[in-house]
Design a protein around this ligand. Structure first.
Ligand code: ADP
Ligand code: GLC
Length: 502
């Protein structure tokens, strides 16, 4: 534990998305709620994001506070200052030609990566590095720069070796996305040549933004203790497990918290009927409304299983598709799925819903309010992820009394306690956990769930109430980050490259 300081820590928190301004997945939930939690602890946090059009429209009280030019980029960059919420200053970085385009931050309308993603996020990293070094005209010098995922991975590399630099923290939300580009791009970006080395950004003759974070940060974190162990193995490390093993004395798993101001069934404006553990019976009204909304028969006795998420291989949606036909032979069972992503998975899900009207409802798209209604209206929530760095929907499900069914991996393993006879007796069971992301294991687990659902209702209620009692608020995780910030300040990592010549 480090000593408490009399003055707040100055933290620059860099992310490519943050709730409520721009969101594609859980990174946005974290970037929108960890900075306020740190501010709550008394620290001074400033969040920096790219200025996407919707972000500029929605942010509060924006004022342009600085303009700058950066080496490789034509045009003037503008930093706008606003407020994320009380206590958290927001910087939006407007870079001509880079972020002023509609839609998703990373992909075009067809789901393909924007072809200039390297240029876009390298430019963003350059500006963040300038802010971190007090060279962006903001008259503010952070002690910590906290980077998240590959889009901010170059920042620790760009500030390495600089005198008076802040300590850098890099949080891995997902090792599967690395930001790998070729040598020509590296040269075009005019990055410091010394960064092109095995100890630096070079990765199998290409270069990797993610590696910038992993090789150069003073401290690396990831979003659950189990995932922190998994990424040291070839199966989860995507070729970077060796580097992580080498740096593991500076690698910590910190479980994400969730924002109970946004995800609270007792005060959720998106749901039909508020409820809590004391008024659990009212949850059934949300189930009725959801069934009606999704065109499912209003059957209280049907076990309603929900799933929400990005439709990608990680989430194991194909495993759900594999077992759905068999599940359709079960009585009193309904399925509600909300997601978007891989067009083939979207097509297969839609076809499945068409083949089983009244039993399977599929909504393709991104719908925040419907996500809340699914959490409130379902009896259980299925997450058969092949890997899951943390996962937030199982945590929302626990709070909403919606029993999670999860594969034992990453944050899912750390947050859901399987309903074994012993755990049930001890009152610690909160969900159902299976051991292998394969259809037979998922099937066996669902048989177990169905058997449990058909027991006297008190059993299900016991499981639900144990889940609702869990506390995954940000308080303790934010304190953990604060300790890591102090450790990083006290133990700066030596630069892995000899010289960073600009
Ligand atoms: P990941 O970050 O890998 O996508 P998480 O479980 O950490 O997974 O977080 C996903 C977040 O995105 C949750 O808040 C979830 O509700 C939300 N989400 C994902 N897909 C959708 C969708 N189609 N509509 C609404 N919300 C979605
Ligand atoms: C990632 C992970 C998810 C995690 C989220 C927030 O996108 O896939 O497991 O919850 O980031 O950290």
């Amino acid at each position: 534990m480090s000593s408490q300081r009399p003055t707040p820590l100055k933290i620059l928190f860099a992310s490519s998305e943050a709730q409520p301004l721009i969101k594609t997945g859980g990174l946005a939930d974290v970037a929108g709620s960890l900075p306020p939690a740190l501010s709550h602890l008394g620290e001074e946090v400033r969040l920096v994001l790219p200025a996407y059009p919707t972000t500029l429209e929605q942010a509060r009280e924006l004022t342009p506070v600085s303009s700058l030019r950066i080496g490789a980029y034509p045009g003037e960059i503008t930093i706008h200052q606003g407020t994320l919420e009380e206590g958290v200053t927001l910087y939006l970085v407007e870079i001509p030609g880079m972020f002023d385009r509609p839609g998703n931050p990373y992909v075009d309308g067809q789901g393909n990566n924007w072809p200039d993603n390297a240029q876009r996020f390298a430019a963003f990293c350059r500006v963040v590095a300038n802010i971190a070094l007090g060279q962006a005209g903001l008259k503010w010098l952070p002690e910590i720069v906290h980077c998240n995922d590959w889009q901010t991975g170059l920042v620790p590399a760009l500030i390495t070796g600089e005198g008076n630099r802040p300590a850098s923290i890099f949080t891995i939300h997902n090792m599967a996305y690395q930001g790998v580009f070729d040598r020509i791009t590296f040269d075009q970006l005019q990055l410091p040549p010394a960064l092109w080395s095995m100890e630096g950004l070079e990765f199998h003759n290409n270069f990797s933004f993610l590696k910038g974070g992993l090789a150069f940060a003073d401290w690396i974190t990831t979003v659950s203790p189990t995932y922190a162990g998994e990424i040291l193995t070839p199966a989860f490390g995507y070729g970077l497990d060796g580097l992580l093993e080498y740096r593991k004395s500076r690698l910590t798993g910190v479980l994400n918290g969730i924002d109970y101001r946004v995800w609270d069934p007792a005060g959720d404006p998106a749901i039909a009927q508020p409820y809590d553990a004391q008024t659990l019976k009212l949850k059934a009204i949300n189930k009725q409304h959801l069934q009606q909304e999704l065109g499912l028969p209003r059957q209280p006795e049907a076990l309603l299983i929900g799933n929400i998420g990005r439709l990608v291989e990680q989430k194991g949606v194909d495993l759900i598709l594999d077992i759905l036909p068999g599940l359709m032979h079960k009585e009193n069972l309904q399925v509600a799925i909300l997601g978007s992503g891989d067009p083939e998975l979207e097509r297969r899900l839609t076809a499945m819903a068409d083949a089983h009207p009244g039993k399977i409802a599929v909504h393709i798209g991104y719908d925040e309010a419907l996500a809340h209604r699914i959490e409130a209206g379902c009896d259980c929530f299925l997450m058969p992820s092949r890997f899951e760095p943390c996962g937030l929907n199982q945590l929302y499900s626990l709070r909403y009394g919606t029993v999670p069914i999860v594969n034992r991996t990453g944050g899912l393993a750390d947050t859901v306690v399987d309903a074994t006879p012993r755990n049930l007796l001890e009152g610690t069971a909160t969900g159902f956990v299976f051991d292998r992301p394969q259809p037979p294991a998922l099937w066996d687990c669902l048989e177990r769930v169905i058997e449990f659902w058909n027991r006297p209702a008190m059993w299900w209620e016991k499981l639900v109430l144990a889940g609702m009692r869990q506390d995954f608020s940000w308080d303790s995780s934010a304190q953990h980050y604060r300790d890591i910030y102090h450790r990083a300040i006290d133990n700066p990592a030596p630069s892995p490259v000899a010289r960073k010549d600009d």
